[in-house]
Design a protein around this ligand. Structure first.
Ligand SMILES: Cc1cc2nc3c(=O)[nH]c(=O)nc-3n(C[C@H](O)[C@H](O)[C@H](O)COP(=O)(O)O)c2cc1C
Length: 382
């Protein structure tokens, strides 16, 4: 860990530590991966404005996201199968995030359950919900999130149908991982990973374990595949709103028209996102959609009621600064989190957050900026 200086170093370690199928599950996107690449390329193409001879001795990256104090405008995005990147990965991730002063989001498709994480941490976390065909089950997840005192519900809108990820099919990704002839050799060369995952509390979807079908894994995977609901509509968002009285974050909006409707629901935050290039391939990059959405609905920074957040390609503090400059009140990171978790468990995630915080702090200084809350387009060389 001592020689790790950036997120790419953590990715390189992750690649060596976890089986191919798990690494590809995080690293790759849907179809031709055009959108996956665009997320990163478009962020990289934005230039920052170098400013000099401004007193930047006092700086702060502290701000708020939906009223919660954060050490920097960054949260851990919900990621399925987190506990397969490192045993009890959700608990390690949540502890690292909380220690660093940023929020953690637990996915519906996590390995540790809501209750496992709630019992292991001492601060509220956020729960991400996929509304499934079985609305009673979705309702029960909301009740469990309430009982666990989750401080926000992140409702994901962009997975009515799953975009195909070729590598997951080619690798035969299964939950829990199957020991086949093809992957046995691979797993044999990753003993630390095997031990950590084996020692973890669970090896399958923790939140779904209460279902009878979980006794039979084939039935469970069939159940999950059949649970994504193409009939979801804004009415379902209203339904969730009616049974979840707490903070609500709508995740997965890329279009101005959708953002306007999302804002009308009174959501506390809207995450501009294309699911990290894992859903509609050929969609615009998240960062190119962000300023249009902020212009259309205000973004909680300029008078709009819903905060606008951003995810898709966050791999450095410079990326966070660019997104904030384009109007994001906060960012989320998915892949960077998983790489760091795979690389070093809780210490790895702590390292990733600290790398990004420092990069943000230094980049603010070099753009002549002292307070993250005052960052605007003027830090960009547009
Ligand atoms: C491996 C993986 C699993 C994911 N699982 C979920 C999920 O269960 N629920 C969800 O809302 N988003 C999920 N996402 C999307 C992330 O929450 C986030 O939108 C995306 O990762 C942001 O892009 P980035 O990976 O470039 O940071 C997942 C992303 C990855 C990489």
């Amino acid at each position: 860990m001592a020689t790790v200086t950036n997120i790419q170093d953590l990715r390189a370690i992750a690649m060596k530590k976890v089986p191919r199928a798990i690494f590809h599950y995080a690293d790759r996107g849907s179809y031709d991966e055009t959108t996956l690449r665009a997320n990163k390329a478009d962020l990289d193409a934005i230039a920052l404005r170098q400013r000099v001879m401004i007193d930047v001795s006092e700086r702060s990256t502290r701000t708020t996201m939906i009223g919660e104090d954060v050490a920097l405008p960054l949260a851990i995005a919900p990621t399925g199968l987190t506990g397969l990147f490192h045993g009890d990965g959700e608990i390690h991730g949540c502890r690292a995030a909380h220690a660093a002063g940023i929020p953690f989001t637990l996915s519906t498709m996590s390995i540790c359950s809501i209750e496992d994480v709630a019992a292991a941490v001492n601060k509220p976390f956020w729960f991400q919900l996929y509304v499934m065909r079985d609305r009673k089950f979705s309702e029960s997840l909301i009740e469990r999130a309430k009982a666990a005192k989750c401080s926000a519900l992140v409702l994901t809108l962009d997975l009515q149908i799953q975009g195909q990820r070729h590598m997951d099919i080619k690798n035969g990704l299964a939950v829990p991982p199957k020991l086949t002839v093809a992957n046995a050799l691979d797993i044999a060369t990753k003993p630390a990973w095997a031990l950590s995952v084996l020692m973890g509390k669970r090896h399958s979807f923790g939140n779904l374990a209460v279902r009878k079908e979980s006794d039979s894994l084939t039935t469970l995977s069939q159940w999950i595949a059949g649970q994504f609901d193409p009939s979801l509509s804004w009415k379902d968002v209203e339904w969730v709103r009616s049974i979840w009285p707490g903070k609500l974050i709508l995740k997965g909006v890329l279009d101005v028209e959708d953002a306007k409707i999302a804002a009308e629901t009174g959501a506390d935050a809207i995450v501009v996102s294309n699911h990290g290039g894992r859903q509609l391939d050929g969609a615009v990059s998240s960062i190119s959609a962000l300023p249009k959405i902020v212009d259309a609905i205000g973004g909680g920074r300029n008078g709009g009621t819903s905060e606008i957040w951003f995810d898709g390609g966050i791999q450095s503090g410079q990326d966070v600064l660019k997104a904030v400059a384009l109007g994001a009140k906060g960012c989320m990171m998915g892949k960077s989190f998983l790489w760091s978790l795979a690389a070093g468990g809780q210490a790895g995630v702590a390292k990733a957050i600290e790398i990004i915080r420092k990069e943000l702090d230094v980049s603010m200084a070099l753009t002549g900026t002292k307070d993250i809350n005052k960052v605007d387009k003027s830090v960009l060389a547009l």
